[in-house]
Design a protein around this ligand. Structure first.
Ligand code: ADP
Ligand code: ZN
Length: 711
């Protein structure tokens, strides 16, 4: 008699590359189910990857328990995770761990929820024979539209169960009518919605629309049809701080019960509940940040990626995936349309549009009648600045404030001053663990490292020469706040940065306060500039852009262009026209000249040409082999040894990271490039194991970063 046992290959939720084999009684759980297995001295929850013949040469232990009767994720998402593991060269088990709610990784059961509504599957024909009259009647109703289980009597529910067992029906979301219809659209907005509604199956759209052009309105109206048909929408935003305003707009249109949010700021229990609701089709819109991309949907209809250019879509530790790029793959696997929206699309996305991978949707005008802001450059050379501000900028601010308007200052640097300097000997206190100067937080009386969090007191004497003449150099938001309070003592000032605002609720409170205060000064970092609307702001001062003009990071100029256009877009959405003043020591720089015309597209086009000439992405496929260790020699030795296994690629380095030492670790990388993405991946896949088995690999922390955003 055949043995009643076979083997399973599983992965555990850690960055171990191997699959492990266990014996299991038949019937075997399907891939995507969880099992409990003996592991080392204890037990682990693991994910079934495949059934396999039992290895003959080793003793194989038995699975302790089967935790799921059906896979946790649909086949499309299981494939997506496998793809994400292959593409980013990161172990599958750790990919699953990043994609699932924590509770599920711990082995908790999936809460039970019955689907509340059903529809006939589009790919199943209505059987011509074998159905009784009542069965036929129900089948016809299901073909015509979505039916809620609660509307059926018990006999029909029984019939529905038979259809379900036959695989003829699928869960749908409950159909609710719109709470409020949106405005009647015309012109480019109407055309964009029409194109999105016509899409069948996978198609990628780039919605390139200036700030305030009504992109969100386009998403909402494109979503209507899917939701009316019982399908779901996955809506990603780059940061937690942007979730609430988008949720409010979705809820106002579709009803608060139809929308759920999912992000890392939630508790584990709540995340699991939302995950289950989305999987069972109880909600129509799942709105969230990066990690929401992996939430299963009963009936996906459309993916929306807002602010698609935002670097926050790239995960910065562990599994270094780009949620935007994986979203495209998800849409492909689920055969649904996807729309990427931005006022400042990533150069990669513009390239994809140029080569026809993305369908072009444009919104060139603001939705309301307001004129776009005027951008002007304030040359700083040979000027006497006040705490980093040009007196002309202060004067312009004074005028606006006197007229009862709001003024916004943008400075992407926290603290009182970015460094302390001894006037006697030139000594600058540095972090002991990072290659970076310590930021002076004057109100706290601390020096703080912005890279590792290390802190110390502010010294009264220079630690090098003992002199007492110690001064801050440069300016951060705290320093700017002090200056502006002295200058404008009667004007309310709201500062928004990570030192002042610690949660998305606090951010929402501040933003609400800002809406109702006039005149007012708003001051902040990226946190303030991303995606929020300030209709009463009539003047924007961008304090420092020059770093972005000569950085060693090849993406810096793209980021600078995006930041300037995005910050500028915050101004003048209300009745008063906006003005943007940009301080720079390099006023003739071609990028600034282009930005002055407000034309991101033109600037982006030239930046793309520069990338092409320099052989940089998106014209080359690149990856980094990164390593860090407490001794630089170990990093060097590892990267040199690894180089030998990467001969199929153009390989540069070892190069020091931009921040050469962080939290006590020296950091360097090999820059790997190829004309062909396929070749890059083939070479990395074949070298990966050899690199992992290098003796030098055990003395460093190392990893592969594909399509890197930071260096
Ligand atoms: P974006 O997402 O491109 O920044 P929004 O969708 O937020 O733009 O639209 C900006 C403002 O214009 C919002 O207050 C929105 O309600 C309004 N709006 C958008 N489309 C229209 C329209 N067709 N008619 C009237 N107002 C609109
Ligand atoms: Zn540090």
């Amino acid at each position: 008699m055949a043995s009643e046992e076979s083997c399973l290959e599983v992965v555990v939720f850690t960055p171990l590359p191997q699959r492990f084999s266990y014996r299991c009684a038949l019937p075997l759980p399907l891939p995507g189910c969880r099992v409990r297995v003996p592991f080392g001295r204890g037990e682990r929850v693991a994910i079934v990857v495949a059934a396999a013949p039992c290895p003959q040469d080793v003793a194989v232990k038995n699975v302790t328990a089967i935790l799921d009767s059906a896979p946790l994720l649909p086949a499309s998402l299981i494939q997506l995770l496998q793809f994400g593991s292959d593409y980013y060269h990161y172990p599958l088990g750790a990919v699953w761990a990043a994609a699932l709610p924590t509770r599920l990784c711990q082995g908790h059961p999936v809460p039970l929820l019955e689907p509340q509504a059903w529809r006939w599957r589009a790919d199943v024909a209505l059987p011509t024979q074998g159905l009784g009259p009542r069965q036929r009647a129900l089948a016809q109703r299901l073909c015509a539209g979505v039916i809620e289980s609660s509307s059926l009597d018990s006999a029909d529910r029984q019939r529905l169960r038979q259809f379900q067992a036959a695989g003829w029906v699928e869960p749908a979301t409950k159909v609710t009518s719109l709470l409020h219809p949106g405005p009647q659209l015309e012109g480019e907005q109407a055309a964009a919605v029409a194109a999105l509604r016509q899409a069948r199956g996978f198609q990628a759209f780039l919605l390139d629309g200036v700030t305030g052009s009504g992109k969100t309105e386009v998403y909402l109206q494109a979503m209507e049809e899917h939701i009316a048909n019982g399908r779901q929408v996955l809506f990603l935003v780059p940061e937690i701080g942007l979730v609430e305003q988008t949720r409010r707009r979705c809820a106002a249109r579709f009803g608060a019960q139809r929308v759920a949010i999912y992000h890392s700021g939630q508790g584990d229990g709540e995340r699991l509940r939302v995950w289950t609701q989305a999987r069972e089709g109880e909600i129509s819109i799942l709105l969230g940040t990066r990690s929401a991309l992996f939430v299963p949907l009963a009936s996906p209809g459309l993916l929306v990626i807002d602010e698609e250019h935002d670097p926050s879509y790239k995960q910065q530790s562990g599994w270094l995936y780009s949620a935007r790029d994986l979203a495209l793959r998800r849409a492909q696997l689920e055969r649904v349309p996807i729309v990427l929206g931005s006022a400042t699309p990533a150069l990669e996305s513009l390239h994809n549009r140029a080569t026809g991978r993305f369908t072009d949707l444009r919104l060139r005008q603001r939705a309301t009648a307001h004129t776009p802001p005027r951008i002007e450059i304030l040359p700083l050379r040979r000027k006497r600045l006040l705490t980093g501000l040009d007196p002309d900028l202060l004067q312009a601010a004074a005028t606006q404030l006197a007229a009862g308007q709001q003024v916004l200052f943008f400075l992407n640097r926290r603290g009182y001053a970015p460094a302390l300097l001894c006037r006697e000997c030139g000594h600058i206190p540095h972090c002991r663990r990072c290659s970076a100067a310590l930021t002076w937080h004057r109100r706290l009386g601390r020096l703080r490292c912005h890279h590792c969090g290390w802190e110390s007191n502010v010294p009264e004497h220079c630690r090098q020469c003992g002199a007492t003449e110690i001064h801050g150099i440069g300016v951060g938001t705290e320093g700017l706040e002090q200056l502006l309070r002295e200058r404008f003592p009667d004007i309310p000032l709201l500062r928004v940065d990570r030192d002042e605002v610690h949660s998305s609720r606090q951010l929402a409170e501040r933003l609400r306060a800002i809406q109702n205060t006039r005149p007012a000064i708003l001051l902040g970092t990226q946190m303030l500039s991303k995606g929020h609307h300030f209709p009463d702001v009539t003047l924007v001062g961008i304090v420092d852009v020059d770093q972005g003009l000569y950085s060693a990071d090849f993406r810096a100029s793209e980021r600078l262009a995006q930041t300037v256009i995005q910050v500028a877009g915050r101004a003048g959405r209300g009745d008063a026209p906006g003005r943007v003043l940009l301080q720079s020591y390099l006023p003739e720089h071609p990028l600034l000249q282009e930005l002055q015309s407000g034309d991101y597209g033109k600037a982006a086009e030239r930046l793309l040409q520069e990338r092409q000439a320099a052989g940089l992405p998106p014209f080359k496929a690149i990856a980094l082999l990164q390593a860090e260790a407490q001794q630089m020699e170990r990093v060097q030795a590892f990267l040199q040894a690894a180089r030998q296994h990467l001969r199929d690629l153009t390989c540069t380095g070892p190069l020091p990271a931009l921040l050469e030492r962080r939290a006590g670790f020296y950091r360097a990388y090999l820059w790997l490039e190829s004309d062909s993405r396929v070749q890059l991946h083939r070479a990395l896949a074949s070298a990966r194991e050899q690199i992992a088995s290098l003796p030098a690999a055990r003395r460093v922390r190392w990893g592969i970063d594909v399509d890197p955003q930071n260096f």
